[in-house]
Design a binder for this molecule. Structure first.
Ligand code: TLP
Length: 346
């Protein structure tokens, strides 16, 4: 039988055997009373990894980001964020619905906002008509820019600007460990330029469920209340936090395999006439290919690939996204390139 090779997302990764064993054996308690030792250990470990005072275990990255918006801002304020950011495009309008915020979107260049554009967008004045800026958000790695790493200098410039204006900064760092690995830096060198950070345990790090929100203690206390309000007080969730501990302790270094595989995939697909790839965007485990000149629209090509057991995501009419992860090895990459070439009779 033909093996299905699933490039839709690194979110599809299943827990390792070691995770399953740790989940089975996890010591648990009621986390709403603060009594789950495994969650407490994960939260301490996570805070320490990203250099923040405290952390909160949340079921999803989306909830982590939304709790950050709720905790940093008040209704009627503006949040400054990238026009292709996950928080703006893929979180169901939660920023308006849950936090009562207005989005002030900024154009991104290879995943990064320009500090001068952010400066122009900040509103801090006495004019009674103006919505005031409440928060600036960044994303690293940037998903829709193709998993690109936003350079720390660019983050620093925006963080410094925020501090001059007494504004908080939140980082959507769903894949911040991919960014750290690509930069060959400790993750703290990235997270030093944000007040709060969300990162996912459930993507390339392979935990079945869970993300972390980290920041200073007051912020996390506030976020913990909002998590309860949204129904995210999870009781004996040490069973899933146990996998998260292994994700953090043992799975960050393996991400380089995903980064190497995406380059191999790009090298192969680039040879197909009509497919173009912007090499400047290949930093981590995501690849966006432009198929404009193939004669297909992306949904058609995705459908053809599906028939050949290759799963990927159509992003726009012209763009298809591939994501590498633990369940895709080098021979799967070669096999995928061959099957896709086959669609083009190559
Ligand atoms: N991204 C998913 C989809 O939602 C698009 C994916 O397959 O890449 N921030 C960023 C940058 C993300 O990429 C994601 C998930 C999230 C937040 C949300 O995480 P979850 O899915 O745990 O809510």
């Amino acid at each position: 039988m033909m093996k299905t090779i699933d490039f839709r997302s690194d979110t599809i990764t299943k827990p390792t055997d070691e995770m399953r064993e740790a989940m089975y054996k996890a010591e648990v308690g009621d986390d709403v009373y603060g009594e789950d030792p495994t969650i407490n250990r994960l939260e301490e470990l996570a805070a320490e990894k990203v250099g923040k005072e405290a952390a909160l275990f949340v079921p999803t990255g989306t909830m982590g980001n939304q709790l950050a918006l709720l905790s940093h801002t008040t209704r009627g304020q503006e949040v400054i964020l990238g026009d292709w950011s996950h928080i703006f495009r893929f979180e169901v309008g939660g920023l308006a619905f849950l936090s009562g915020l207005q989005a002030r979107t900024i154009k991104e260049y290879n995943g990064a906002m320009d500090v001068n554009d952010v400066r122009q967008a900040i509103v801090k004045d006495d004019n009674i008509h103006h919505p005031q800026t409440g928060l600036i958000c960044m994303e690293n790695t940037h998903n829709m820019a193709g998993g690109v790493v936003v350079p720390v200098e660019k983050m620093k410039a925006i963080y410094d600007l925020a501090k001059e204006n007494e504004l908080p900064v939140h980082l959507d760092g769903a894949r911040v460990f991919n960014a750290a690995l690509a930069l060959e830096k400790d993750v703290k060198e990235i997270t030093q330029y944000t007040d709060s950070v969300m990162f996912c345990l459930s993507k390339g790090l392979s935990a079945p469920v869970g993300s972390i929100l980290a920041g200073d203690r007051d912020f996390i206390n506030k976020a913990r209340r909002f998590r309860k309000m949204l129904g995210g007080g999870m009781r004996q969730a040490g069973v899933i936090a146990a996998a998260g501990i292994i994700a953090l302790e043992k799975m960050t270094d393996r991400l380089y395999e995903d980064h190497e595989n995406i380059i191999k995939l790009a090298n192969g697909l680039e040879k197909i006439e009509g497919i173009s790839i912007d090499r400047d965007t290949i930093h981590t485990n995501i690849l966006m290919i432009n198929i404009k000149d193939t004669g297909f629209i992306s949904e058609e090509l995705v459908e053809k690939m599906n028939e050949k057991g290759i799963l990927a995501s159509s992003i726009t009419n012209e763009i298809i996204r591939f994501v590498t992860h633990r369940h895709i090895n080098e021979s799967d990459i070669n096999e995928s390139i061959n099957r896709i070439k086959n669609i083009f009779n190559l």
